[in-house]
Every structure is written in structure tokens, then in C-alpha cells.
Design a binder for this molecule. Structure first.
Ligand SMILES: [Zn+2]
Length: 361
């Protein structure tokens, strides 16, 4: 471990003690108020002048807000306005959805902040004049907090996501030649690698399917929500572990640019898949960045249909071919696992791209 050391930004996620839920929910309602105010302002401005407001523009209008009875720190109000402006730009819309504080379709609570609004000491954080206890598994007060947010999950538990600056020491052996790998993202095998490893989706449901069915029949909404949250947590944990291991083992990682719309029909299934895939890509990207490994997304057109041994295109196609797990190439007779074959093609495409696009180091 005698490599170069440098500073990286990392997001630490810590669970807050439940007793703070009321305090945070009250603040979150104010956040929604500010958010909706920004939305209203943007709508008016667009109707009147066809103009879009930046985070800086909003500051002009929200300056007095903390004097008007809001508990939120003025920097937090500013953080909300900036987030609003960023997301509006990102989605290319005139306006965004309203944040709802009540009712069955209310938004999950969320409170962004800037570094001046938060302080960490002796295993607690101070926010909006209040010391909050949390399960501090990282030793938060040893990191400078740059920004972040508090957010609630579907079960009403609160988490602190803190962006912190961490000194990273790059291991000296990182540069030594490590292999490369192709990654195929899919439905049943959530992840398959060109070396034949897999992370399967059904394992997240193991033991919970029957419980879910029972709760659904009994109409126990909270229970159903809790089980869904548990499945989501399992999925996230597995993706975290899998991505960590991939980055440890490989120096270069290529991932296909799959989008769910090509694979499933219902919009809910699409959004779940897209969320999982994009979360996994994000994890890989920042972990590679962290470890000094190379990450690249490659166009995965025909990766499923093409035989990775002989390049002929006799494999399963489209939605109709989704059920096919294994197939034999009609040209060369190689027996393929559908997803591992796709991952091999992604690896080949990535290598071609590197050879063409980026000069050798
Ligand atoms: Zn073949």
C-alpha cells in the first residue's frame, strides 16, 4: 500500500434513531413547501417570460424565507432550490411534480443540506438546532462533510446520506495487469459476467414470496410495504457486494447499455429494472473510479444474438427469445448460456472500443 494518496468524495449512509422521525418529518414538510414554491415560481415565470430559473435565480426569491417562520437553514433552502433547478434541467421539463406531504401518494420525505448546515461530533449530527443520534458505523466526525441529505425509506426509517472527503491511498499493485470483464444486465440473471459468474434475481425473494402473498391477501398494507423494502434492501446489498468484488478482481469493466424498454412491457416492471440496472452501473462507476480501474459502457446491440465463438447471429431474439436460457450455435455448434454469451460479446465490444478509441497507456 505505498501508492499515491489523493482525496475522493464518498457518500456514507447512516441510519438515524427512530425517535427523530417526527422532527425530521416536520422539517421535510417545509422542504416540500419550498420545493412547491420553486415549482410555482417556475411555472409563473415560464408562462410570463418563457424563462427557466437557475438555482441562483431562486435565491433572489427565497432569501427572506427563513425569516418568515421556516425552521430550515437558509443554506438548506438554497440547496432545495438548486436541486429543483438541476432536476428540472435534467428531465427537460417546464415544471416538476409537486411534493406531497400527506395522503397515500405522498412523497418520501427528503431534506437536502449544504456543509454549513450540519455538524458532526461524538457520534451525533447537529442539524437545524437539534442533535440527532444515529448508528455511526463510520466515525462520521473524522470526515469533513461536504453536503448531503436526510431521507426516509418506505418504512418510515430515516437515513443520513453524507458526502464526505476521504483520503484514498491507491495500492501500488493496482496498475499491474488485471483482467478485463464484460457484464450483461438482465431480467432473471440480474448480472452475468463473461467469466460465467451470475447474480440471480430470485434469490432476493427467497422465503419472502409466501409471506408477501399472505400479507397481500390479508390486505395488510404496512406489512406488504415492509416486505418490499426488505427485498429492495437485499437486492441493494447483493449489488453492493457483487460490484465491490468485481472491482477488486478486474482492472477494466465493460457494461452493456441495456434499457428496460426493450425487454418488458409493463411500465412498473420497466422502472424497477431500470432503477436496479442504473444503480448497479453507478456503483461500478464510482467504485472503479475509487480504485483506479477502468469502467466503460458499451453498445450492446446484438450481444444476445451473436455467437461469441464464431460471430454468427443465430441466438435468441427480442421479447420472444427472453425465455431461452441456453442455445446452441447453428454454425459452430458451441453451446451457450444466453447471458454469459452476451457478456462475452460485451467484453469483445469493449476491447474493440478501447483499441479504436483510446490510445494504449
Ligand atoms: Zn458459433
Amino acid at each position: 500500500m505505498n501508492g499515491a494518496s489523493f482525496i475522493k468524495t464518498k457518500v456514507l449512509r447512516l441510519r438515524l434513531k427512530d425517535k427523530h422521525a417526527k422532527f425530521l418529518s416536520d422539517l421535510a414538510r417545509e422542504v416540500n413547501f419550498v420545493w412547491n414554491y420553486c415549482n410555482e415560481l417556475q411555472i409563473t415565470m415560464f408562462n410570463r417570460e418563457r424563462r427557466f430559473l437557475s438555482g441562483y435565480d431562486f435565491a433572489e426569491f427565497t432569501r427572506g424565507a427563513t425569516k418568515e417562520g421556516l425552521q430550515l437553514h437558509s443554506q438548506t433552502v438554497q440547496a432545495i432550490a438548486e436541486e429543483y433547478a438541476t432536476r428540472r434541467r435534467q428531465f427537460g421539463k417546464v415544471r416538476l411534480s409537486w411534493r406531497k406531504s400527506t395522503g397515500s401518494r405522498r412523497s418520501l420525505h427528503w431534506i437536502p443540506f449544504k456543509k454549513t448546515a450540519i455538524q458532526a461530533a461524538h457520534g451525533q449530527v447537529k442539524f437545524a438546532g437539534q442533535w440527532l443520534s444515529l448508528w455511526d458505523s463510520y466515525g462520521l466526525d473524522s470526515y469533513p462533510i461536504r453536503a448531503g441529505n436526510f431521507c426516509e425509506d418506505a418504512r418510515g426509517r430515516w437515513y443520513l446520506n453524507a458526502c464526505v472527503a476521504v483520503p484514498v491511498t491507491e495500492p501500488a499493485d493496482r496498475s499491474s495487469a488485471r483482467g478485463d470483464v464484460g457484464i450483461d444486465l438482465g431480467l432473471k440473471d440480474l448480472v452475468a459476467t463473461s467469466d460465467g459468474e451470475k447474480l440471480s434475481a430470485p434469490q432476493f425473494y427467497r422465503g419472502l414470496e409466501s409471506k408477501l402473498a399472505v400479507a397481500q391477501r390479508a390486505g395488510k398494507k404496512n406489512r406488504v410495504r415492509a416486505i418490499h423494502a426488505k427485498i429492495a434492501n437485499r437486492r441493494k446489498d447483493s449489488l453492493q457486494q457483487f460490484s465491490t468484488r468485481l472491482v477488486r478482481e478486474y482492472g477494466t469493466i465493460f457494461v452493456g447499455n441495456v434499457s428496460a424498454s426493450a425487454l418488458v412491457k409493463t411500465s412498473q416492471a420497466k422502472s424497477v429494472l431500470d432503477a436496479g440496472w442504473s444503480a448497479f452501473r453507478t456503483m461500478l462507476r464510482y467504485k472503479c473510479d475509487f480504485a483506479g480501474a477502468t469502467f466503460a459502457e458499451v453498445n450492446e446491440a446484438f450481444s444476445t444474438q451473436t455467437c461469441s465463438a464464431c460471430d454468427s447471429r443465430g441466438g435468441p431474439k427480442g421479447i420472444a427469445g427472453l425465455g431461452i436460457r441456453a442455445w446452441t450455435c447453428g454454425e459452430c455448434g458451441t453451446v451457450h448460456d444466453r447471458n454469459v454469451n452476451a457478456a462475452k460479446n460485451i467484453l469483445a465490444a469493449g476491447r474493440r472500443r478501447l483499441a479504436e478509441g483510446i490510445p494504449a497507456l
